[in-house]
Design a protein around this ligand. Sequence first.
Ligand code: PDD
Length: 284
Amino acid sequence: MSRIVYVNGDYVHEEDARISVFDRGFLFADGVYEVAAVIGGKLVDNEAHLVRLERSLSELKMGCPVPISEIPIIQRELVTVNEIDEGMVYLQVSRGVADRDFNFPKKEQPSLVMFTQDRPVSGSPKAARGIRVITHPDIRWKRRDIKTVQLLAQSMAKEAALSAGADDAWMVEDGFVTEGSSNNAFIVTTDGVLVTRQLGNDILHGITRRAVLEIAAEEGLRVEERAFTVEEAHRAAEAFSTSASALVMPVISIDNKTISQGVPGPVTQKLRERYIALARETAT
Ligand code: PDD
């Protein structure tokens, strides 16, 4: 069944959606995006996603065709018409149509596109068994805090993972893990310390990451926001990644080294359960 998608003011069947070949999102990856999870037909942590969208736009001096405050109305309409109980809503703002020129157009007409994806989120079978990751060089640009649609380096990392018989890649720069290809990376050390890289320009400031750190603090876990090496990850007691699409995803091997006896670890499971409960409670 064809989805209803949103394109610049119109709700249309996906096969009828049209974007110009001159759209700068298409020609220059000159666009930013957000993904919000849907649980029970409601949006998870959406306000925080929209705050980050505003920041991404402002860092790139890009406008938004509708006030940010109107975006949830469109998101909810798509969730309703596509009858999404669990899944996500993707939204993308690009700098819009202009004749091909590296400089930003003087008069820009940004474009806004949104669509839904229908898939299990809280009851994901992958989360029940955990995923295998490989480490892979992080070849991305230096402003990873901006959520742009230039995702080829991440696609290449995920392809490398698939070729190696794994599910995902954790990216590595100067011997330290930056983040997962589309998620933030966490380990629990054998001393029980939860470690994830500190915020900066070299990782995306994950919305799920922040919520999970708050839960960890409430749980009384010791937390260190710092870079960790590949070797430290190999030796970890537990590992997981966080994202809007996979929530808290247990990692059971890193570069073929088994983590947590090859099953989701207790700290990871606790954080996943608590995050899902919080998401259900606070979704809007
Ligand atoms: N990815 N790091 C990267 C590189 C990401 O692409 C993402 C999200 C995250 C996690 O951020 P959040 O918790 O706010 O989703 C971290 C989305 C889900 C995607 O590209 O599909």
